[in-house]
Design a binder for this molecule. Structure first.
Ligand code: ATR
Length: 274
């Protein structure tokens, strides 16, 4: 492994707390693999310090950062240049310093798609459960891919209604979620249901065609109760860790100058920390 020298490229992730972040291990894996003279640090930044933190990034020669909870929304207003996707999603997860200016982007949609495209899937009718930041990124990705029909369903309907329009998504009631699965070709869970310590997502899959791909953005555990029951019914399934791994690629490429691969070694290294 190459030890960083004084000319090492510096990047990192800012969050509060940041101790749970898998990004240092993820980028660390690629730095080692590609023998890059670089370092990727966790930055524990309180919300009240985030603005100052960003101001000093270019002055300290930091090449870029990932942004995680709770800074993703506030970063939008604090960067100098905001890309279209970050604007549509309403959150920034990647910042690159160029000529002293902060460029904000959001790579979650790209990460979701790269993961999704590792399996065959049809662009007919997608049902997305949930209406948080992840749901927005996924709807943006589905719209960009030209999916014919996007159905958005959330326990709190108003939240779904508030985000649906720009993505051309149609909102349905939480009560009719089982019926909404009829003729769907893709089902995505973006809620926290099914995560370790949470109840499983309460969704009857009986109406879902067997060819429909079922995917979850939850990756703790890797096989959520939703994915387990989909698998048992014969659906193709896709776990959530791939989205996390793929969303990191554009940042790494921009800061360290190498386009990294999501390989089995990376998956194993990150899963060992989950
Ligand atoms: P993120 O921004 O990371 O996507 P979030 O904003 O915390 O996450 O969103 C969590 C999602 O999980 C929401 O859609 C939430 O539904 P509500 O808007 O009704 O709160 C959903 N969620 C959380 N607990 C749920 C439960 N018990 N049943 C159904 N949906 C739930």
């Amino acid at each position: 492994m190459m030890l960083p020298t004084g000319s090492a490229i510096v990047a990192g992730v800012a969050g509060w707390p940041v101790g749970h972040s898998l990004s240092p291990a993820l980028h660390g894996y690629w730095l080692k693999k590609h023998e890059i003279n670089g370092i990727y640090l966790p930055f524990a930044v309180k919300p009240e310090d985030f603005q100052d933190f960003l101001k000093f990034l270019p002055r300290m020669g930091v090449k870029g950062i990932n942004v995680t909870v709770p800074h993703k929304e506030s970063a939008m207003k604090l960067v100098d240049i905001l890309d279209e996707t970050a604007q549509a999603i309403g959150a920034v997860n990647t910042i690159t310093v160029e000529n002293g200016k902060l460029h904000g982007s959001n790579t979650d949609a790209e990460g979701f798609l790269a993961n999704l495209n590792s399996k065959p899937w049809k662009k007919d009718k997608a049902v997305v459960i949930g209406a948080g930041g992840a749901a927005k990124a996924i709807c943006a990705a589905l719209k960009q891919e030209g999916v014919k029909e996007i159905i958005l369903i959330n326990r709190t309907k108003e939240k779904a209604e508030a985000i649906a329009k720009p993505f051309g998504a149609q909102v349905m009631d939480w009560q009719s979620r089982a019926l909404a699965l009829e003729a769907a070709s893709l089902l995505v869970n973006t809620t926290t249901q099914g995560m370790k310590g949470e109840a499983p997502l309460d969704l009857d899959l009986a109406m879902l065609p067997q060819s429909a791909l079922v995917t979850d953005i939850v990756y703790r555990p890797l096989e959520t109760p939703l994915l387990a029951s989909a698998k048992a019914r014969g659906h193709p399934v896709l776990d959530g860790i791939g989205m996390l791994l793929h969303q990191a690629r554009p940042g790494f490429r921009a800061w360290f100058g190498v386009d990294p691969n999501v390989d089995e070694g990376l998956r194993e290294a990150v899963l060992a920390l989950c």
